[in-house]
Write a protein that binds this ligand. Structure first.
Ligand SMILES: [Zn+2]
Length: 311
């Protein structure tokens, strides 16, 4: 009997603890140098993979070109009414990508004192739970859709690849969307190869249009067609201006954050994207307690509100 109770307790503890299993080596990565090391905590493996990706693709991470205003008149997306004419305080939206591997870090993001959107990777251990908790807390949930990159790095489960048929690509996207409760929009995970191809981007936008979802172009290549395809399909969209944490030090993160604020003061709006690194979360926990409208002349708003301002 005692052994039975001990066994039950062990099972319960295992169910409550956070996912820590290391990933299996990825057969898609031909170069053994790029394989994730075994035995490390999952979240560090993931950060290491992103660092390798940044090394390989950093030249492609260029600021966005100005683009023509999208035609959004017929969109079913419930874009909020434009802000009152007198309220034109410059605004930024913050999105944290690559969420879903770690429940505790996701909960810290949801608890931030300003609205920060969670872009959640499909088929990750904490994805569904975090999506539910974020929606319950009034936070915006995006599907962080894995798309093929030009460096041949693994993009994880649920990915979309160049060469997929329209049926397969759209079925994959629909299945990923169905797996996340309360999802309001999509942005791309990696994707420097796929987002440069117009046809698959048109197929993506058809699905988003059908479902009344928005798209945020992470801009992992200067050749991205994603925002153009979104505009053509009447899908509300924005493009990332600043990556918060390409360098993971408080100083560099602070500089990137200030750069986004400066863009917002100049143009009215800015979108910044970060990652669930401890340094990024620590920084946001400190900075977002400040009275940014009074100190910086910029407010943090939800992605939906920024879309309502026309980006
Ligand atoms: Zn990502």
């Amino acid at each position: 009997m005692k052994r039975c109770i001990a066994g039950l307790l062990a099972l319960l503890l295992a169910a409550c603890s956070e996912p820590q299993d290391p990933p299996a080596p990825d057969p898609d990565i031909a170069d053994p140098e790029l394989q994730l090391p075994a035995g490390e905590p999952l979240v560090d493996d993931f950060h290491e993979l992103r660092s390798r990706w940044l090394e390989l693709e950093r030249p492609a991470l260029t600021p966005p070109e100005p683009e023509p205003l999208p035609e959004v008149a017929e969109t079913p997306f419930p874009v909020p009414e434009p802000a009152e004419p007198q309220d034109r305080t410059p605004a930024v939206a913050i999105i944290i990508d690559d969420v879903g591997h770690n429940l505790r870090q996701g909960r810290r993001l949801i608890a931030l004192p300003q609205p920060v959107a969670l872009a959640i990777l499909p088929q990750t251990l904490a994805a569904e739970q975090l999506a539910r908790e974020a929606v319950a807390a009034g936070r915006t949930v995006l599907l962080h859709q894995p798309m093929e990159n030009g460096a041949g790095l693994s993009i994880g489960p649920g990915g979309m690849y160049s060469g997929m048929s329209r049926e397969r690509l759209q079925a994959q996207l629909r299945s990923n969307l169905d797996s996340l409760p309360g999802v309001r929009g999509v942005n791309n995970h990696m994707g420097s190869r796929l987002t440069a191809e117009r046809e698959p981007m048109d197929w993506v936008m058809q699905v988003l249009r059908e479902r009344g979802l928005f798209f945020i172009d992470s801009r992992t290549t200067a050749q991205t067609q994603a925002a153009i395809a979104a505009g053509a399909a009447g899908v509300p969209h924005l493009s990332r201006q600043v990556f918060l944490d390409n360098q993971r030090t408080p100083e560099a993160i602070g500089q990137a954050f200030d750069q986004a604020l400066a863009i917002a003061r100049r143009t009215g709006t800015a979108v910044m994207i970060g990652h669930p690194y401890p340094q990024t979360i620590d920084y946001l926990e400190r900075r977002l307690t400040e009275d940014l409208p009074a100190i910086e002349g910029v407010q943090v708003v939800s992605v939906e509100e920024l879309l309502g301002r026309g980006g």
